[in-house]
Design a binder for this molecule. Structure first.
Ligand code: GLN
Ligand code: ZN
Length: 764
């Protein structure tokens, strides 16, 4: 019999119950016992969902109150001393590492949080000491939750982050110099201990996640896999059988590092189906293949016929006993259930599958290959119908969009002239001083703005009333910018709920959900819009507000758009056409918007691309270059329709460009605004080294905190920047948009910023 399995289930619950519970606990409105009980309730509910869907192998320890890597940090005794010395109980120590703790005389910031591979999930980075030791929690969560499920009658497969990945994903603590992978010898006994305990508790198999195997690895890390798993193999029956799990990429380049003595190896066949043969060839003589054929990263219904074919290919080579059907990765990255979507157009809803629905898909695939397709005929027929309906739907295919894409010629990507000619024209048309000051787009999103937007969404005020309100907000920010004496104004983005959703709602080809939340970090969830079909712009999206702003401004007004890559990255993309095609469609839509803005008198236009870097493929090399090529092209396509005298800006929320500077330069934006107040000014050196000729506004103060930077601090920062950038290149602006700030601190900070700019203006 071919088993079905799931690598992990979303934790939030059908109504983001976990978010609500943890936030209530943090806010003192729920006791710790109540919070833990809610966690337990959710785990049980999720196990039962999977059981009901007839999934054979159900995971445990995939749950976490904040983050699964953080669970390991705590259970392995790897919490840095600054947390363990505070006298906090285990739960509060755990949250202190996740989100900081500032209460009752304790004041510790959180551990660093970083993106989990190329997903939008963030994990807490293990942070090690020189002389780090480990000690297993006497009641490790993996064992507790295994027993909890067992008591409920479900024998689960506990999930652990593997030792090599746990270390490779970590870093030395500040001022420490330990290379995490050197700690492996000390960590292995902890795994032996926890695995022994799991076996004693009754666990037959354990899923051990080693996703770092998809990276380009330092040789020391790569060489660590085989001996580690050799040691586990030597323990024989004392520990459960291990399913060595990789995902989010292929492992062909590291195939010689895959251990042969493990019970099973899991690979992501959605992301990289072509690795199947190589992986099969490298399996030990008895090793099972866990075939990840149901996408854990997206919301589309699985094409069951195709998935079955893939699994059959594996069965032909390995036999039925040596194949498990699985999700490609944990389902953590998918929303809970489609059943919650009451407002989706049924035509579109029929194309989707969220975690609950994907659980049934793995079970159906396993049954089809075990008993033959006849056993699940009805399911397969319904699936084929949905797949067919989606492929041929007029919502998916818009011939007009395709026709336009086919007519793109090389000059669509090029501004009319090179930068020196452009900047001369812009100097004439805009008349900006040296060290021009501006902001990144949004101004404080006040409670009043949210109230009015809510009223409008609910139909309690009319479109005209809402529009009047937005105009009054724009008037206010224009007036404030006049008073502050900024040089390039913005309209403040009061009408925007979110920088991607706002555009998605105005484009054809997008769909929106009401409940499809996905955990981003801790209790934070996002609800990405979904690209369902060919994208086009039925009407201008931002022109009205910008035009109004221009009409009341004495200085240049900057139009504000979200770039094609960011729109795509922060949505669920289609899986039936390449992302470059979707980016190109977005770019064409934005191109029209840019041209319309210019026609409306907006001669400075900023196209934000904060997500450009996170789209970078995990491995350097061909794939990454190909991505950068189409990403840069889509940006250029979106902005190149304007006159030389119109100034194109772009914004990035970071300043580490070393790895892909050529792409940033290739954007050919007249002005780049980037984060820099929290980073080393030395990061700007790359602009000198590469003789970057265009203008740059490295953020002079941090917008993530209410703290008001003094004029002197900003001057010092500018002075530092001038070591790397020429005065005529330098713009003065904050790190990012100001939407999360209050007005009082915003005005104070910008006053100091403008004064600092004026100081240098007088000096040069
Ligand atoms: N223009 C956007 C704003 O100011 C940019 C946000 C971002 O870069 N994340 O809010
Ligand atoms: Zn930003």
């Amino acid at each position: 019999m071919v088993q079905s399995s799931i690598l992990g289930f979303p934790r939030m619950g059908v109504n983001r119950d976990l978010k609500k519970a943890t936030e209530a606990y943090w806010g003192g409105k729920l006791s710790q016992a109540e919070l833990l009980a809610e966690g337990k309730r959710l785990r049980l509910e999720h196990w039962n969902i999977q059981k009901k869907a007839c999934v054979d192998v159900i995971p445990s320890n995939d749950f976490a109150l904040y983050d699964q890597v953080l669970t390991h940090i705590q259970d392995f005794g790897a919490a840095p001393p600054r947390y363990t010395s505070q006298g906090l109980d285990a739960v509060d120590e755990y949250f202190a590492m996740g989100r900081g703790h500032q209460k009752d005389g304790v004041d510790v910031p959180s551990l660093e949080m970083v993106k989990w591979f190329d997903s939008n999930y963030h994990y807490v980075k293990p942070t090690f000491q020189d002389g780090q030791t480990f000690k297993l929690n006497p009641n490790p969560k993996a064992v507790v939750e295994f027993l909890e499920a067992k008591e409920a009658g479900i024998i689960t497969r506990p999930v652990l982050v593997g030792p090599v990945s746990f270390l490779a994903l970590g870093k030395p603590d500040r001022d420490q110099s330990v290379d995490p992978i050197d700690l492996l010898e000390k960590l292995i006994p902890i795994y032996e201990e926890i695995l022994t305990k799991l076996k004693a508790a009754g666990a037959e198999t354990v899923q051990i996640d080693e996703p770092t195997l998809v990276f380009d690895l330092p040789s020391k890390v790569k060489a660590a896999f085989k001996p580690t798993y050799q040691k586990f193999a030597s323990l024989g029956d004392k520990i459960p059988k291990l399913v060595f799990a990789t995902y989010f990429g292929d492992i062909v380049h590291n195939i010689d590092a895959v251990p042969t003595g493990v019970y099973a190896v899991h690979v992501d066949l959605v992301r990289n189906p072509e690795q199947l043969d190589t992986v099969i060839g490298a399996l030990g003589p008895k090793t099972i293949l866990s075939a990840g054929v149901v996408d854990g990263r997206n919301i589309w219904k699985t094409n069951l016929k195709k998935a079955i074919e893939t699994v059959e290919t594996a069965i032909q080579k390995l036999g039925k006993d040596r194949v498990i059907v699985a999700t490609s990765s944990s389902l953590l990255h998918t929303p809970h259930t489609l059943a919650s979507e009451k407002k989706l157009d049924p035509e579109i809803a029929d194309w989707f599958s969220f975690a609950v629905e994907k659980a049934s898909e793995v079970a159906v695939i396993a049954k089809a290959v075990t008993e033959g397709p006849a056993a699940v005929r009805a399911e397969l027929e319904a699936n084929a119908k949905s797949v067919q309906a989606r492929a041929s739907s007029s919502r998916t295919n818009d011939p007009k969009v395709k026709e336009r894409q086919s007519k793109i010629t090389p000059d669509f990507y090029k501004r009319k002239s090179e930068f020196p000619v452009r900047i001369a024209a812009q100097e004439k048309s805009l008349g900006l001083p040296l060290f021009p000051t501006t902001t990144i787009g949004s101004f404080p999103q006040t409670k009043e703005i949210r109230i009015q937007r809510n009223k409008f969404t609910k139909g309690e005020i009319t479109a005209e009333e809402y529009e009047k309100f937005i105009e009054s907000e724009i008037r206010d920010v224009v007036k404030i910018q006049e008073e502050l004496d900024l040089d390039v104004y913005v309209h403040g983005e009061p009408e925007r709920n979110d920088m991607v959703q706002y555009f998605g709602e105005r484009l054809d080809g997008y769909a929106f959900t009401t409940h499809a939340w996905v955990q981003s970090y801790g209790s934070r969830c996002v609800r990405p819009p979904i690209v369902v079909g060919d994208i086009s712009r039925p009407a201008p999206m931002t022109v009205k507000e910008s035009k109004y702003a221009v009409s009341i401004s004495k200085k240049p007004m900057k139009g504000m758009l979200t770039g094609p890559i960011t729109c795509l990255r922060w949505s669920f993309p289609r899986d039936d056409v390449h992302q470059s095609v979707q980016a190109e469609q977005l770019a064409l839509a934005l191109r029209d918007e840019v041209v319309d803005l210019e026609a409306a008198g907006v001669y400075v236009i900023q196209v934000d691309e904060p997500a450009l870097r996170e789209g970078l493929p995990l491995r350097a090399g061909k794939e990454r270059e190909a991505y950068l090529d189409w990403a840069v092209k889509s940006f250029r396509l979106s902005v190149s329709g304007v006159q030389d005298s119109t100034q194109i800006h772009s914004h990035f929320c970071y300043s580490e460009f070393q790895d892909f500077f050529h792409a940033i330069a290739a954007l050919d934006a007249d002005v780049l605004s980037i984060e820099n107040s929290k980073s080393d000014a030395k990061l700007l050196k790359v602009f000198v080294d590469e003789a970057y000729p265009r203008h740059i506004g490295p953020g002079v103060y941090d917008i993530h905190s209410p703290r008001v930077p003094s004029e002197q601090e900003i001057k010092d920062r500018i002075e530092e920047m001038l070591q790397f950038l020429k005065p005529e290149q330098l713009w003065i602006d904050p790190d990012c948009g100001l939407k999360t700030r209050q007005w009082a601190e915003t005005k104070a900070a910008l006053t100091n910023m403008v004064n600092a700019a004026k100081f240098f203006r007088a000096k040069y």
